[in-house]
Design a protein around this ligand. Sequence first.
Ligand code: ADP
Ligand code: MG
Length: 677
Amino acid sequence: MLDDKLTSIKGVGAELEQKFHILGINTISDLVYNYPRRYEDYSNVQSINEISPGPVTIKGEIKQATGRYVRRGLHITEAVVSDETGSVRLVWFNQPYRANSLKHNQDYFVSGTFELSNRRLCIISPSIELESDFPANTARILPVYKLTKGLTSATIRKIMKELIPSIRALDETLPKDIVKSQKLITRAESIELIHFPKESSDIELSQGRLGFEEVFELSLASLLNKQENNLENSFRVDFKEILAKKFVENLPFALTNAQRRVVWQLYMDLNKKQPMNRMVEGDVGSGKTVVATMASLMVIAEGFQVAFMAPTEILARQHAKTISDLLGPLGYKENLGLLVGSMSKKEKEFMKAELASGKINFIIGTHALIEENVVLDKLALVIIDEQQRFGVEQRKKLMSKASKMPHFLSLTATPIPRSLALTFFGELDVSILDEKPTNRKPIITSIISPNSKLPMYQDINKQLDAGRQVFVICPLITDSTVIDANSVEKVYKELSSKEFKTRRVGYLHGKMKGDEKNSVMQDFLDHKLDVLVSTTVIEVGVDVPNATVMLIEAADRFGLAQLHQLRGRVGRGEDQGYCYLILSDSKAPSPRIRALSTSNDGFKLAQLDLELRGPGAIYGKIQHGELDLRMAKLDDIGLIKKARKCAEDLIDKNIDLSKYPELYNKVSKLRVITNLN
Ligand code: ADP
Ligand code: MG
């Protein structure tokens, strides 16, 4: 029945079917689950003497109806509808059949916008249907659907009315006790109410139920994956207190409390035979690298291997250096290796041999690590930096190099509320580095109009005089189209011949060759360059403590999170950092841009982005095509928690899911999408 073709519905012919196909609606089931995009409330039936301009619904008899062509191609139907309190004129265009189809001496519902036309108040192109308890297109809250040319919401509503018997026969998919304990409406009720809400609270009721179901199924999928994961055996890594102490003593700074807490969590995870699955979330500059290095130290001290994968070569090289500085004093320099694409074939072969023999047991690299012939037999810990930059496949490939399931640690600066992270990556435990090193001065952020850059350049030149370095970021719209006015080449030419004429200026963009890029970046790191004009290729992770200025051209073209990431590239040393956001025109800055100048907290900014642009802004990336979360309000933490709790209870009770075939099928599909391994 639900799988039947649309033409099996009364009133749907081949032509209409074709239009539905355009919307991806092919079966009755597709139509049933084609939720409305929004609603228009025409439920309030008024007497004619009460109505005022705007959306109205009235009930009355047709007193008069005539149609005529006013000119070729323009037909007008005019009708008068009356109730005991008065009359109102109705007008339709190009519906020559309309006048004759209207019956006299019967009550109609009329819904539409009461408005002024040719100096007379009337309702133009209203929906009209005989009064009934169950109208399709009038006198109720009308759903508005996604449409295509030649298909109206009115048509869809009429068809949906035909489907009511099928909707009412829909089976419950959730276990009955959950429906009861959570005071949810049934599946059939929720689908009926989403298409035919009687009052606006019905819409919320229905969305609540359907959203619960989505999160519940996703949670169940993740928890089942986690359960399966826990049956795996990993290498167990002992905690060596003396070694940890020695590491901390050798640090040039004291760990923040957040770092301590997270490292301790990692040590406890590593000490279990079940694989660790943990995501460390921390704003830019919160010190994730040290945390990851401390975890790795225990692993290599035990003779196991660690693979640390970063999204860019510059970053991988930088991590290799940082980690070597951190572990060198403890005598582990020889254990470290680097594997990146630009290395010569010979260098790579050498490194691979060292890895295969196990001589090197801490390998840092890029995607080069997942190549076929990289052998990592004793791989016990996989770390992925800037996790959001990698696809699931790449992570799975790296993990599959191990002979036993490795422990997994991902690092990310994307601030996802914990409850959401649990839902999306349910198998993952989440640790949050919610504290920044205390020596950090908040970056001073200014918004600059494009015609008043002069004082800014004077300030920047003072920084350069003091021996500091400067990033200049230009927007890149796609990989191939650069907005001319702000292109790297143009800005580079301008700055190097004018404002920064006496400085050593370099440039960097995505189209340059890998080794070219690396050498420019290296020059900047070694302070052979004072100013670096670049696209966002430097966005992620790089650490140049001597850089104190981040200048961003056409800042309004970037996302809030991205601007915050870019800004995090400066002010990482002892010195005050500055960020200049240049607007692309002299209009007033948007609330988004203004927010950056008042807050330095990535988590707060993410919350703001959520409020300004809705959850899609942040979760768009996570919520990739396959995950269909149409109803769950992703900021409804209460709902997410409840649904997750119910999924946990179900698993604790060891309930046989095959008793719920539809749920079982959906959960099985979700398990494949969300599985980490
Ligand atoms: P992110 O979390 O953005 O990856 P990093 O790990 O790159 O941050 O650390 C940023 C900088 O902060 C590095 O220069 C690092 O040495 C330094 N750092 C890390 N932890 C501390 C700390 N507890 N106190 C002072 N500086 C720290
Ligand atoms: Mg980092």
